[in-house]
Structure formats: structure tokens, C-alpha cells
Write a protein that binds this ligand. Structure first.
Ligand SMILES: [Zn+2]
Length: 102
């Protein structure tokens, strides 16, 4: 049976709403999973824009997900994804994109 849309809290502004979107964030209910586009987005942001190496990135990933996710693909909660992206966006950009040794 379809139930009334629950109130959801926007992770960015904290507003409680029944809208599907707030602050450009998709709040729609449903199972969240990482897809190739999301994985690519996060990896580009972390490694190219912010210059993190794998170790730094995984430390941040573990911190924002309370250790639930040891890899990007294992993110299963929308709020973990949003928290990760917001945390990464808060880091300073590298001055220029540099290739790092893998
Ligand atoms: Zn909002």
C-alpha cells in the first residue's frame, strides 16, 4: 500500500520537506546505490579536483560513513553519499591537476 510521503530532512539546509528535491539534492525515497556515473563523479572530485591519494580518500570515506564503507561502491545510503560529496567539496582544490602515481 502506498503510504504518505514521509518528511525528509535535507542534509544541506536541514529543512524538513515532503518535496523530492531540496538544495539540488535528490531526496526521493527508494533504494540508493552507487552507479558508474556517481562513482566517476566522486573519484574525479576526490583525486583530480582535490588531489587526494587513495589512502587519504579512503580515510575520509571511512570517517563520513562511520566505517561502514571501505570502498566507494559499497556506499548504500544516500546520506552517506551526500556527506562524502559535501566533505570533499569542503576541501581546497589543487592548484592544477596533476597525475599522481597510482
Ligand atoms: Zn535544502
Amino acid at each position: 500500500m502506498p503510504r504518505r510521503q514521509p518528511l525528509r530532512q535535507c542534509p544541506r539546509c536541514g529543512f524538513h520537506t515532503r518535496e523530492k528535491r531540496c538544495c539540488g539534492i535528490d531526496l526521493a525515497p527508494g533504494r540508493f546505490s552507487m552507479n558508474p556515473a556517481r562513482i566517476k563523479f566522486v573519484r574525479t572530485l576526490a583525486h583530480r579536483q582535490k588531489g587526494l591519494d587513495d589512502e587519504e580518500y579512503h580515510r575520509i570515506l571511512a570517517a563520513v560513513t562511520d566505517g561502514r564503507c571501505e570502498s566507494t561502491k559499497k556506499i548504500r545510503r544516500r546520506r552517506d553519499f551526500i556527506a562524502l560529496v559535501d566533505t570533499l567539496k569542503g576541501l581546497p582544490d589543487v592548484r592544477r591537476y596533476e597525475r599522481r602515481a597510482a
